[in-house]
Design a protein. Structure first.
Length: 589
């Protein structure tokens, strides 16, 4: 049998595995987020990361140890390594050995030359396997088909609308990879694939570029584009690079964050939660949750350590969004990390404020979950948390002032982006305040017993609806934030319904216009925010209910202007379900 197999290899050549051949591109194909179920059994497993440099030339590796296209690539310079952060706790036997070694060295019983050598990692069976060559042409095909002008435009949209919110990737790396893909190409997009000269790029860099382009097209109105519709199928990378590799690394973390964002914007919240959970655990493995021993490099905004801190902050915030939306546990708990790692300064003002917002809401949620009236001491703490929420808007403006004072050319925010950020922050603050106050109203017995909280929540809900709906109506909303605004409008709508249903004669007229403005705005949304299997209201039912609690629609308004008679256009789908109970869960994006 062995001789026959050897003869077959001599006749037909060695077997190779091409990943793209096993990845169906048909829209009807079912492709799992972790692996392709249709993969043949001969496909080798992903290789662990190896130390060295690797580059690709005509689809083969050179100038370094071999590596699979799905394997981790080496840590960037200055990245926290696995061995660098390991410090055994006092309950670990390694801690006792370390104490004994120090004592032996101090007493002269053991000399430094006699000390045991450092740990040498064993060579695993996976590391001994021959790597599979990457099909470079198939890998860059989705980017090349866009054409250089279209690809640059999509990347510019990513830079303007997504990167300021989620600064998880180095823009210079994306631009360099894009230039390499289209280097010396002046022909039509169909010719790029055939006539590309040999290029040297890492598989991870190409996948990072594809992920950025796919997310950009998804949130900016090109949902049917192949990269936007089926991004995971076009990636040679998978989450197994983190789960199955010998150790995690920064480039794989970046891809995990991008894939999590893709699933978030696609509405696949559970997939996003799983992916960001794997990335969160890799952060602990790399020691990113701790402040580095040497902080001198943090003075430079281009330092690798600064990028790692910003990346960790992105992972923390996305983890919170996913966990809140699903009602599942966090992967990163505040007691397990150094909270200084979340203080990223004014260079990324929106992310910095969002991280602080999540820290505050972590304290609010236990108070919201309580069904009993808060004790006086706890109630004072709740008021302090509300005061902290108020301060987030001032802190955001302070960060913007610091950026302007520094005259930094690398940090630029357009007026449209700033307006969207400010309104998003306002809606989040109002939502958290409403959660806190509504729990107090419920614990006190109702709106009549807590008129102060009732006034606060109605004011907050009316403000949220006003600013978000006007932004949507003026078509100034960013695609990366639109689903946020839809959610907060819905949450505000449920808040108004809760308060007015208890005292319609007092709050009905005040909340009438914002209530119907929210319904009009949500009727034009493309997003389905609610689960139809739960007890829900339709938009028509809500309008009927509003007429019974002193909130019947006035003759003027957005839809009246559209139709002339105040009725809904027949082209709008009024069957979108609405669940008041779901509005008080935090949305993921």
């Amino acid at each position: 049998m062995r001789k026959r197999f050897t003869d077959l290899i001599a006749k037909f050549g060695p077997l190779t595995w091409r990943s793209r051949d096993n990845c169906p591109l048909s829209p009807a194909a079912d492709c799992s987020m972790f692996s392709n179920d249709n993969q043949p059994a001969l496909a080798p497993p992903l290789l662990p990361s190896v130390v060295g440099t690797a580059s690709f030339h005509s689809g083969h590796l050179k100038d370094g140890p071999a590596r699979s296209h799905g394997a981790s690539i080496p840590l960037a310079q200055g990245a926290p390594g696995k061995d660098a952060h390991f410090s055994p706790h006092k309950g670990h036997f390694a801690y006792a050995f370390a104490l004994a070694k120090s004592s032996l060295l101090a007493n002269g019983i053991l000399s430094p030359s006699d000390a045991p050598p450092g740990e040498v990692p064993p060579v695993t069976r996976q590391a001994r396997r021959a790597p599979a060559p990457l099909d470079m042409e198939a890998s860059i095909e989705p980017v090349a088909e866009l054409g250089i002008d279209k690809a640059r435009l999509v990347l510019a949209e990513f830079t303007d609308t997504i990167l300021p919110i989620w600064p998880c990737v180095d823009l210079s790396v994306l631009q360099q990879t894009l230039d390499e893909v289209f280097r010396d190409c002046t022909r039509e997009p169909q010719d790029h694939i055939i006539n590309l000269e040999p290029i040297a790029m890492s598989a991870t860099a190409i996948d990072t570029l594809k992920a950025a382009l796919g997310i950009s097209m998804l949130v900016n109105g090109e949902e049917t584009a192949p990269l936007a519709r089926h991004l995971p199928r076009y990636l040679d990378w998978s989450i197994e690079s983190i789960v199955m590799g010998s150790e995690a690394d920064i480039p794989n973390l970046v891809l995990a964050v991008l894939l999590s964002l893709y699933h978030l914007y696609r509405g696949s919240l559970l997939k996003a939660w799983r992916t960001i959970g794997a990335a969160s655990k890799a952060c602990f493995e790399l020691g990113m949750h701790q402040t580095p021993a040497v902080d001198s490099q943090l003075d430079s905004s281009n330092s690798p350590l600064v990028h790692h801190q910003t990346l960790f902050c992105c992972i923390f915030v996305i983890d919170r969004r996913c966990s809140f939306g699903l009602g599942l546990p966090y992967a990163i708990h505040l007691e397990d990390i150094d909270e200084k790692r979340l203080q990223i300064g004014p260079s990324n003002p929106y992310l910095a404020v969002m991280a602080e917002y999540d820290c505050i809401t972590s304290e609010i949620l236990p108070l919201v979950s309580s069904q009993e009236r808060l004790e006086k001491k706890v109630q004072q703490h709740a008021y302090f948390l509300e005061f902290q929420l108020h301060g987030l808007r001032d802190k955001f403006e302070s960060f913007l002032t610091d950026i302007e004072a520094s005259h930094s050319k690398s940090i630029k925010f357009g007026p449209r982006l700033l307006q969207n950020m400010r309104i998003s922050l306002t809606a989040r603050v109002n939502h958290a305040r409403s959660q806190l106050r509504l729990s107090q109203i419920q614990a006190s017995g109702g709106v009549k017993d807590d008129p102060v909280s009732a006034r606060i929540v109605t004011d907050a809900a009316c403000e949220t609806i006003s600013v978000c709906a006007s932004l949507i109506r003026d078509a100034d909303v960013l695609g990366s934030l639109r689903i946020n605004f839809d959610f907060f409008i819905c949450a505000a709508l449920a808040t108004l319904l809760t308060v007015v249903s208890q005292q319609p004669e007092l709050y009905g007229d005040k909340c009438r216009d914002p209530f119907h403005e929210a319904l009009d705005s949500l009727a034009t949304s493309k997003h389905r925010l609610f689960n139809p299997r739960k007890n829900t209201f339709t938009f028509d039912q809500l309008r009927e209910i509003a007429g019974c609690i002193n909130m019947s629609k006035r003759s003027s308004g957005l839809l009246g202007a559209l139709e002339g008679d105040g009725t809904l256009p027949t082209s709008l789908d009024l069957s979108h379900p609405f669940s008041a109970g779901e509005c008080f869960a935090s949305f993921p994006c």
